[in-house]
Design a protein around this ligand. Structure first.
Ligand code: ADP
Ligand code: ADP
Length: 225
């Protein structure tokens, strides 16, 4: 069955329908991308799933359970943002350990999980660096490690490569696919970049003005001339 399900979900800001009557199903292990222009409702949709904002109407289910009244930290969702959002006063290892400490994991578990997450993103050698001593790409790898370290059910990524230059973006697209294949978790990814969506995704949902206008896999979503 679906890991994530939206049933007729809406969110209005005054007269603006940020998300309007959205239905969607994401299956276990899928790499699912929301693709659409700026203002089409992608971030609002992701933030409702994460629990940062409440839907105005409809239902959001994770593993068949309505999560509308479940707080963010109990939804078992990892999140990566465009601007990294690392804690500036914590080094790399402390940033990655943070979600485990929040969940009161024991010391041995924390050490083991932090080590493997940093290994996965290739930053084991930089574990004592502070965020301001890292490049943009390295910061985003730390943010990814921190989002997956507690083995979330769903990983949400909101324009994670948007702040990086083109060359690094292309390299990190490959890395993100590799991380996903290694950990096998469900990913919901937001981008306005069509090429990125086609490269990364198992399925793509195209959004426009708060509505899904098309859903399909990269081979079928565009009409061929
Ligand atoms: P996207 O992520 O596709 O760029 P958003 O979900 O950020 O789109 O925004 C969808 C629409 O909702 C836009 O018209 C935006 O201006 C509006 N919107 C988003 N958040 C707010 C807010 N907090 N207050 C008012 N309007 C908002
Ligand atoms: P990336 O490895 O993510 O492609 P860059 O190409 O920007 O990053 O950086 C190359 C190398 O330079 C990195 O591996 C890193 O060790 C070092 N570096 C970049 N920025 C900084 C910084 N602000 N402080 C210390 N070292 C840095």
């Amino acid at each position: 069955g679906a890991v994530v399900e939206f049933k007729n979900v809406s969110k209005h800001y005054g007269n603006v329908a940020a998300v309007a009557g959205c239905d969607l199903r994401v299956e276990a292990g899928e790499f699912f991308t929301l693709l659409g222009p700026s203002g089409s409702g992608k971030t609002t949709l992701l933030n409702m799933l994460a629990g940062f904002i409440e839907p105005g109407g409809g239902a959001i289910l994770i593993d068949g359970v309505d999560v509308t009244s479940i707080p963010t930290e109990k939804r078992n969702i990892g999140m990566v943002f465009q601007n990294y959002s690392l804690f500036p006063h914590m080094n790399v290892a402390q940033n990655v350990a943070f979600p485990l400490k929040m969940r009161s994991a024991d010391k041995a578990t924390i050490r083991g999980r932090v080590d493997s997450a940093l290994e996965l993103v290739g930053l084991a050698a930089l574990r004592d660096r502070m965020p301001n001593q890292l490049s943009g790409g390295q910061r985003q790898r730390v943010a990814i490690a921190r989002a997956i370290v507690f083995e979330p059910k769903v990983l949400l990524m909101d324009e994670p490569l948007g702040a990086l230059d083109l060359k690094l973006r292309e390299r990190m697209q490959m890395e993100i696919r590799h991380y996903r294949d290694q950990i096998g978790c469900t990913v919901i990814y937001v981008t306005h970049d069509q090429g990125e969506a086609l490269t990364l995704s198992d399925r793509i949902m195209i959004m426009n003005e708060g509505r899904p206008v098309q859903v399909g896999n990269p081979e079928t979503i565009y009409d061929r001339p």
